[in-house]
Design a protein around this ligand. Structure first.
Ligand code: SF4
Ligand code: SF4
Length: 190
Protein backbone atom coordinates (compact mmCIF):
# COMPACT_ATOMS: atom_id res chain seq x y z
CA UNK A 1 0.00 0.00 0.00
CA UNK A 2 2.75 2.38 1.00
CA UNK A 3 4.64 1.47 -2.23
CA UNK A 4 1.58 2.42 -4.29
CA UNK A 5 1.32 5.75 -2.52
CA UNK A 6 5.01 6.46 -3.18
CA UNK A 7 4.52 5.66 -6.90
CA UNK A 8 1.50 8.00 -7.09
CA UNK A 9 3.38 10.78 -5.40
CA UNK A 10 6.32 10.36 -7.87
CA UNK A 11 3.88 10.51 -10.78
CA UNK A 12 2.30 13.70 -9.47
CA UNK A 13 5.73 15.31 -8.96
CA UNK A 14 6.68 14.45 -12.59
CA UNK A 15 3.43 15.89 -13.93
CA UNK A 16 3.88 19.09 -11.92
CA UNK A 17 7.45 19.41 -13.19
CA UNK A 18 6.35 18.90 -16.86
CA UNK A 19 3.59 21.51 -16.47
CA UNK A 20 6.05 24.00 -14.94
CA UNK A 21 8.51 23.39 -17.80
CA UNK A 22 5.78 24.01 -20.43
CA UNK A 23 4.71 27.20 -18.66
CA UNK A 24 8.28 28.52 -18.38
CA UNK A 25 9.03 27.75 -22.02
CA UNK A 26 5.90 29.70 -23.08
CA UNK A 27 6.88 32.64 -20.87
CA UNK A 28 10.43 32.56 -22.25
CA UNK A 29 9.08 32.84 -25.84
CA UNK A 30 6.90 35.78 -24.81
CA UNK A 31 9.86 37.43 -23.08
CA UNK A 32 12.11 37.06 -26.17
CA UNK A 33 9.44 38.68 -28.35
CA UNK A 34 9.27 41.69 -26.03
CA UNK A 35 12.68 42.79 -27.36
CA UNK A 36 12.06 42.12 -31.06
CA UNK A 37 11.22 44.90 -33.50
CA UNK A 38 7.53 44.55 -34.43
CA UNK A 39 6.83 44.05 -38.15
CA UNK A 40 3.51 45.58 -39.11
CA UNK A 41 2.45 45.60 -42.72
CA UNK A 42 0.04 48.41 -43.50
CA UNK A 43 -2.47 46.45 -45.55
CA UNK A 44 -4.21 47.48 -47.80
CA UNK A 45 -1.84 50.42 -48.44
CA UNK A 46 1.03 47.94 -48.68
CA UNK A 47 0.42 44.67 -50.46
CA UNK A 48 3.08 42.05 -50.03
CA UNK A 49 4.30 40.83 -53.45
CA UNK A 50 3.11 37.27 -53.97
CA UNK A 51 4.93 34.51 -55.84
CA UNK A 52 3.71 33.88 -59.37
CA UNK A 53 2.35 30.51 -58.33
CA UNK A 54 0.19 31.92 -55.52
CA UNK A 55 -3.35 30.61 -55.84
CA UNK A 56 -6.06 33.28 -56.08
CA UNK A 57 -8.96 34.18 -58.36
CA UNK A 58 -9.28 32.03 -61.47
CA UNK A 59 -9.23 33.28 -65.07
CA UNK A 60 -9.74 31.76 -68.51
CA UNK A 61 -6.91 32.84 -70.80
CA UNK A 62 -6.46 33.21 -74.55
CA UNK A 63 -3.75 31.78 -76.78
CA UNK A 64 -1.16 34.10 -78.42
CA UNK A 65 -3.40 34.39 -81.51
CA UNK A 66 -6.27 35.73 -79.41
CA UNK A 67 -8.41 32.59 -79.56
CA UNK A 68 -10.05 31.08 -76.50
CA UNK A 69 -7.80 28.39 -75.09
CA UNK A 70 -10.55 26.39 -73.43
CA UNK A 71 -11.61 23.42 -75.56
CA UNK A 72 -14.30 22.37 -73.12
CA UNK A 73 -12.72 19.01 -72.34
CA UNK A 74 -14.32 18.92 -68.85
CA UNK A 75 -11.05 17.82 -67.21
CA UNK A 76 -11.04 20.75 -64.80
CA UNK A 77 -14.61 20.12 -63.76
CA UNK A 78 -13.91 16.39 -63.34
CA UNK A 79 -10.88 16.98 -61.13
CA UNK A 80 -12.43 19.74 -59.00
CA UNK A 81 -12.86 18.29 -55.51
CA UNK A 82 -15.82 20.54 -54.67
CA UNK A 83 -17.62 20.38 -58.03
CA UNK A 84 -17.70 24.12 -58.51
CA UNK A 85 -16.92 24.21 -62.26
CA UNK A 86 -19.60 23.61 -64.87
CA UNK A 87 -19.74 24.26 -68.62
CA UNK A 88 -21.21 23.18 -71.90
CA UNK A 89 -19.06 22.28 -74.88
CA UNK A 90 -19.70 23.35 -78.47
CA UNK A 91 -17.84 23.13 -81.77
CA UNK A 92 -17.09 25.81 -84.33
CA UNK A 93 -17.51 25.11 -88.05
CA UNK A 94 -13.69 24.71 -88.35
CA UNK A 95 -13.75 21.90 -85.79
CA UNK A 96 -12.36 23.94 -82.93
CA UNK A 97 -14.09 23.25 -79.63
CA UNK A 98 -15.04 25.91 -77.10
CA UNK A 99 -17.26 26.34 -74.04
CA UNK A 100 -20.59 27.92 -74.95
CA UNK A 101 -20.90 28.77 -71.26
CA UNK A 102 -18.48 28.29 -68.39
CA UNK A 103 -19.24 28.86 -64.74
CA UNK A 104 -17.25 28.79 -61.51
CA UNK A 105 -18.88 29.11 -58.13
CA UNK A 106 -16.20 30.83 -56.05
CA UNK A 107 -18.30 30.43 -52.92
CA UNK A 108 -17.33 26.75 -53.05
CA UNK A 109 -13.89 26.97 -54.66
CA UNK A 110 -11.06 26.13 -52.26
CA UNK A 111 -8.36 27.52 -54.59
CA UNK A 112 -6.56 24.19 -54.61
CA UNK A 113 -5.20 24.66 -58.15
CA UNK A 114 -6.11 21.15 -59.34
CA UNK A 115 -8.10 22.56 -62.29
CA UNK A 116 -5.00 24.42 -63.49
CA UNK A 117 -2.89 21.27 -63.16
CA UNK A 118 -5.39 19.23 -65.16
CA UNK A 119 -5.95 21.70 -68.00
CA UNK A 120 -4.25 20.49 -71.21
CA UNK A 121 -4.47 23.88 -72.93
CA UNK A 122 -3.30 26.25 -70.16
CA UNK A 123 -6.71 27.91 -70.37
CA UNK A 124 -7.70 27.91 -66.73
CA UNK A 125 -5.18 29.63 -64.48
CA UNK A 126 -5.11 30.86 -60.92
CA UNK A 127 -3.92 34.41 -60.38
CA UNK A 128 -2.42 36.30 -57.47
CA UNK A 129 -5.65 38.27 -56.96
CA UNK A 130 -7.03 37.36 -53.55
CA UNK A 131 -9.13 40.46 -52.97
CA UNK A 132 -12.58 39.47 -54.11
CA UNK A 133 -14.55 39.21 -50.90
CA UNK A 134 -18.25 39.99 -51.29
CA UNK A 135 -21.33 40.20 -49.13
CA UNK A 136 -23.85 38.69 -51.55
CA UNK A 137 -23.04 34.99 -51.88
CA UNK A 138 -24.71 34.74 -55.29
CA UNK A 139 -22.23 37.24 -56.70
CA UNK A 140 -19.53 34.60 -56.27
CA UNK A 141 -20.91 32.76 -59.28
CA UNK A 142 -18.69 33.87 -62.16
CA UNK A 143 -19.79 33.33 -65.74
CA UNK A 144 -17.53 32.97 -68.78
CA UNK A 145 -17.63 36.70 -69.49
CA UNK A 146 -16.35 37.36 -65.96
CA UNK A 147 -13.58 34.77 -66.28
CA UNK A 148 -12.31 35.21 -69.84
CA UNK A 149 -9.40 37.65 -70.14
CA UNK A 150 -7.56 39.15 -73.12
CA UNK A 151 -4.10 37.81 -72.31
CA UNK A 152 -2.17 34.57 -71.94
CA UNK A 153 -1.65 34.64 -68.18
CA UNK A 154 1.45 32.80 -66.97
CA UNK A 155 1.93 30.80 -70.16
CA UNK A 156 2.71 33.34 -72.87
CA UNK A 157 3.42 31.12 -75.87
CA UNK A 158 1.37 27.95 -75.71
CA UNK A 159 -1.25 27.36 -78.36
CA UNK A 160 -2.92 23.95 -78.02
CA UNK A 161 -4.06 23.83 -81.66
CA UNK A 162 -0.51 24.35 -82.94
CA UNK A 163 0.68 21.26 -81.03
CA UNK A 164 -2.19 18.91 -80.46
CA UNK A 165 -2.49 17.22 -83.84
CA UNK A 166 -6.16 18.23 -84.09
CA UNK A 167 -7.04 19.14 -87.67
CA UNK A 168 -7.99 22.82 -87.69
CA UNK A 169 -7.06 26.12 -89.36
CA UNK A 170 -3.57 25.64 -87.90
CA UNK A 171 -2.79 22.56 -89.94
CA UNK A 172 -3.76 19.08 -91.04
CA UNK A 173 -2.40 15.69 -90.01
CA UNK A 174 1.36 15.76 -89.44
CA UNK A 175 1.64 19.53 -89.86
CA UNK A 176 1.69 20.65 -86.25
CA UNK A 177 4.71 21.60 -84.17
CA UNK A 178 6.65 18.46 -83.21
CA UNK A 179 4.16 16.19 -84.95
CA UNK A 180 5.31 13.33 -87.19
CA UNK A 181 3.77 12.60 -90.56
CA UNK A 182 1.01 9.97 -90.30
CA UNK A 183 2.13 6.40 -90.93
CA UNK A 184 0.96 4.96 -94.23
CA UNK A 185 -0.22 1.56 -93.00
CA UNK A 186 -0.30 0.20 -96.57
CA UNK A 187 3.46 0.73 -96.78
CA UNK A 188 3.87 -2.06 -94.20
CA UNK A 189 2.13 -4.60 -96.40
CA UNK A 190 4.25 -7.26 -98.01
S1 SF4 B 1 -9.06 25.72 -57.59
FE1 SF4 B 1 -9.72 23.67 -56.89
S2 SF4 B 1 -11.70 24.01 -55.98
FE2 SF4 B 1 -11.27 25.84 -57.20
S3 SF4 B 1 -12.21 25.44 -59.18
FE3 SF4 B 1 -10.08 24.73 -59.32
S4 SF4 B 1 -10.16 22.54 -58.77
FE4 SF4 B 1 -12.09 23.47 -58.09
S1 SF4 C 1 -10.42 25.06 -68.81
FE1 SF4 C 1 -8.95 23.55 -69.55
S2 SF4 C 1 -9.47 21.65 -68.46
FE2 SF4 C 1 -11.22 23.05 -68.26
S3 SF4 C 1 -12.57 22.46 -69.93
FE3 SF4 C 1 -11.30 24.16 -70.65
S4 SF4 C 1 -9.57 23.17 -71.67
FE4 SF4 C 1 -10.54 21.60 -70.41
Amino acid sequence: MQKLETENSKLKTNEAWEAAKALLSGLATTFIHLFRRPITEQYPEYKRPLPVRARGRIILTRDPDGGERCVSCYLCSAVCPVNCISMEGAERPDGRRYASWFRINFARCILCGLCEEACPTSAIQLTTDYEFAKIDILSFVYEKEDLLVDHQGKDKNYNFYRHAGVVSNYGGKGEHIGERKPVDIKSNMP
